[in-house]
Design a protein around this ligand. Sequence first.
Ligand code: GDP
Length: 314
Amino acid sequence: MSRLLSSLQDMDREYVGFATLPNQVHRKSVKKGFAFTLMVAGESGLGKSTLVNSLYLTDLYNNRKVLNAEERIVQTVFITKHTVGIEEKGVRLRLSIVDTPGFGDAVNNTESWKEIEDYIDQQFEQYFRDESGLNRKNIQDNRVHCCLYFISPFGHGLRPLDVECMRALHDKVNIVPVLAKADSLTPTEVRRKKMKIREEMEKFGINIYQFPDCEFDEDEEFKQQEQLLKDSIPFAVIGSNIQVESKGRKFRGRLYPWGVVEVEDPAHSDFLLLRNMLVKTHMQDLKDVTRETHYENYRGKHLCFIFIYNNIVA
Ligand code: GDP
């Protein structure tokens, strides 16, 4: 005990102690746990649920009901939410996946993104109410932090529905576009499709999630990684719910008569790049942009609306 006190005294002579602030923040955050909400959007059958299961190595869709063609004709978009608690090295994450079954399925899809837009707004509204209420300590953050938008590999770039939907959502959520089922395309086709989609997004004024610019003193490896992420948009992805075995190795993949596709092989798809971005490197930035940009947009408009309403009523 006395040795501990004297070593503390020695340290105090040299430091005030604020260098430990990051550790204090770290300890508090770990204790509190983290929450992240990911939305997946895009027409059904593009591999959304398979990719989510592959990303988080869990079965998030165990009670899912797939509708038949007749049911889908009259089906409007409905929103489903699955939440799981995952723990890794003592860090707890409450992960919520918001799915949008029915999107793009009906015969007439005009404004079928409205349900998605309303859902995002409702989460902002709930957060705004909780924040203005008395018990602000235990607010649950259900705001959507990222929307993976699935683009079909079979078309010639974006469909009108993709353009309209992304334009309706881009001021409310961080959109990360993905090129689905990339194993159905050759490397040249993937390159061409990515370029065409990027051109179309620019032409139609679609604002997707922007990776933050690197500071000049950042190390070279980090800068290269960030550039690779920017150049890979839309991420060409492959998903699989099964393990396959090849050359004495077991991995998540797809088995075809002509060979195997490994989900996590960077030569086959951008899956690893996307997972690293979503989980390891940019989860906090996605949450920050949601709070500082999208939620602030909503809050500003909402406060303005309340002000005008009160003046009319007064
Ligand atoms: P969702 O309706 O968008 O959620 O699509 P699902 O995840 O249910 O997948 C629909 C079908 O596509 C299933 O038969 C999957 O096995 C298959 N699938 C999923 N991901 C891929 C992929 O990356 N490549 C290929 N070729 N098929 C896939």
